[in-house]
Design a binder for this molecule. Structure first.
Ligand code: GLY
Length: 525
């Protein structure tokens, strides 16, 4: 069970609401400012005056690490500035449900009876100072599971909202103003209903493909029925072959033809192709409208729907055109996997293996302990794995949204994989199958060039084999697909940036000369 952290600027109602919530949840309540003043034997104001803000924040972080690190679930009320510490914020997001209470500068100044006792507010006009601090901290406060206004302070109403967020137990992708939540559930259509209701769109454009529409269309209708939304449907032809500018245009034509405005939401209901196309269409439509990702394949659940990569293919290679456009929300309901063909489900597992090998050793062990159950599509076994894989991806994306560094680790298997996929005309392999082949090939190539952990080649190969995935692409086929590697978007001049796995769950990005890589392909053939 996670803890619950209630955060927010001073005088937003934390100390009024938090004890009520703790009583309702039957959890202990801790106010971090109270603990700090008790331990220091003086008030927060005195601590600031004597030692300065940096010292105070240092003590605050140590306390947060202690309270969120001992595995005991509690309700914590943070100090007003605690979440300005990136590490404290990330700990709260990883180990707790983080709620931000908000209020206007006027409300805040009106609620503070003794401004002198609040060192950070007692600088000039309190309303103006509150406004400045709120602006300076806006991105930090936005990184939360839910923000609730307390301007019209109704402590019970706010407590209801907090308890609901705690029970919902969503994941959060913290990206400042682009922060969003991800629900990971099994057969809970109300989560999608709530996500759309929360977005309060002026209209909804549902982008799907013919296969998904046939298999899961009814489930979508059920989730949207309570909203009485006149959603417009755009049903694209299914398959990677249709991940083209023509499909993007189909979405734009339908949306603009219907006269949508900037408050419209595109709802991407499908696998990775639909998600990427709808996400890209949303990124440019009227210079950007919101997209809600509702993935229906395992691959899209653990990878494509999270992190904001969108785009389409070009005849010279895969995903060569696109944009980063973070979704407004992601709703992952594993019930959609119940109708997914077994081959597609196994294909999605390749992306989970990739994430585990590159950044999460415990996930790798979980996969090894459950490989056959997962490959058989047991939804109860898949649920914690999907959540774990998404958590691992979030940790990467939050540190490197635009792939200037660490995010490139998630491209493991994708350099060779994309080339094989493109060379096969996008019909020979499913994306995940190409990634499985690419992962083994890249681990082997890196080991042959003296980078990386040679023992991992066999381990990865065995895990992928147990999951029913292909593992060994003939070297001649890799060599024949080489032209596509040269056109890969990760190429920089005569080299390409590739992940090098140094130990299970640990990797670094290595710039490898293309010529050296090609020689290794021929030598390992
Ligand atoms: N699919 C890899 C990434 O999102 O970075």
């Amino acid at each position: 069970m996670r803890s619950l952290v209630i955060s927010g600027f001073m005088a937003t109602g934390k100390t009024t609401v938090a004890p009520r919530v703790a009583a309702r949840l039957g959890l202990a309540f801790v106010d971090t400012d109270e603990v700090l003043t008790h331990e220091a034997g003086c008030s927060v104001a005195e601590l600031w005056t004597r030692h300065g803000e940096a010292h105070f924040r240092h003590r605050e972080l140590a306390l947060v690490e202690r309270l969120l690190g001992d595995g005991v679930p509690r309700v914590l009320a943070f100090g007003g500035g605690t979440v300005t510490l990136r590490r404290a914020r990330h700990l709260a997001l990883d180990r707790a449900v983080l709620v931000t209470l908000t209020a206007s500068p006027e409300t805040i100044a009106g609620r503070v009876p003794d401004v002198a006792a609040r060192p950070n507010l007692a600088i000039g006009d309190p309303v103006q100072r509150a406004r400045e601090l709120l602006e300076a901290r806006a991105n930090a406060y936005a990184e939360c599971h839910i923000a609730l206004s307390t301007d019209a302070l109704d402590p019970d109403g706010v407590a209801d909202g907090i308890v609901a967020a705690f029970e919902r137990n969503a994941l959060c992708v913290p990206l400042g103003a682009r922060t969003y939540t991800i629900d990971v559930v099994l057969d809970a259509p109300a989560r999608l209903t709530d996500a759309v209701a929360c977005a309060a769109p002026s209209s909804v454009v549902i982008v799907s493909d013919a296969t998904v529409q046939r298999a899961r269309g009814e489930a979508l209708e059920k989730a949207l029925a309570p909203l009485a939304i006149q959603g417009m449907r755009v049903t694209l032809p299914a398959g990677e072959r249709h991940k083209t500018i023509a499909s993007v245009s189909t979405i734009w034509d339908a949306a603009l033809g219907a006269g949508v405005d900037r408050d419209a939401v595109l709802l991407a209901f499908g696998g990775g192709v639909v998600g990427d196309l709808a996400g890209f269409a949303a990124s440019a439509l009227l210079r950007g409208v919101r997209v809600i990702q509702v993935p229906t394949t395992l691959l899209a659940m653990v990878d494509a729907s999270v992190g904001g990569k969108t785009g389409f293919d070009h005849p010279t290679g895969k995903n060569l055109l696109g944009a980063f456009h973070q979704p407004a929300a992601v709703v992952v309901d594993l019930s959609h996997l119940s109708t997914l063909p077994a081959r597609e489900l196994r294909s999605g597992l390749a992306e989970v293996v990739k994430i585990a090998l590159a950044v999460d050793a415990p996930l790798l062990e979980e996969l090894e302990a459950n490989a056959e159950h997962l490959a058989a599509g047991k939804l109860e076994a898949l649920l914690p794995i999907v959540r774990h894989a998404i958590e691992a991806k979030i940790r990467v994306v939050r540190d490197d949204e635009r792939e200037h560094g660490r995010r490139a680790l998630l491209n493991l298997g994708h350099t060779v994989g994309h080339a094989l996929e493109a060379h096969g005309g996008y019909t020979k392999y499913l994306h995940g199958e190409a990634v499985a082949l690419g992962t083994v090939a890249e681990l082997r190539l890196m080991a042959a060039m003296g980078f990386g952990d040679a023992a991992l080649v066999g381990r990865a190969r065995e895990l992928l084999r147990r999951m029913g995935l292909p593992t060994d692409a003939p070297a001649a086929e890799i060599a024949a697909s080489w032209a596509f590697v040269g056109r890969d978007k990760k190429r920089a001049g005569a080299a390409i940036r590739m992940p090098m796995v140094t130990a299970p769950g640990e990797a670094m990005v290595q710039s490898v000369p293309l010529r050296q890589l090609e020689q290794a392909v021929r030598a390992t053939g």
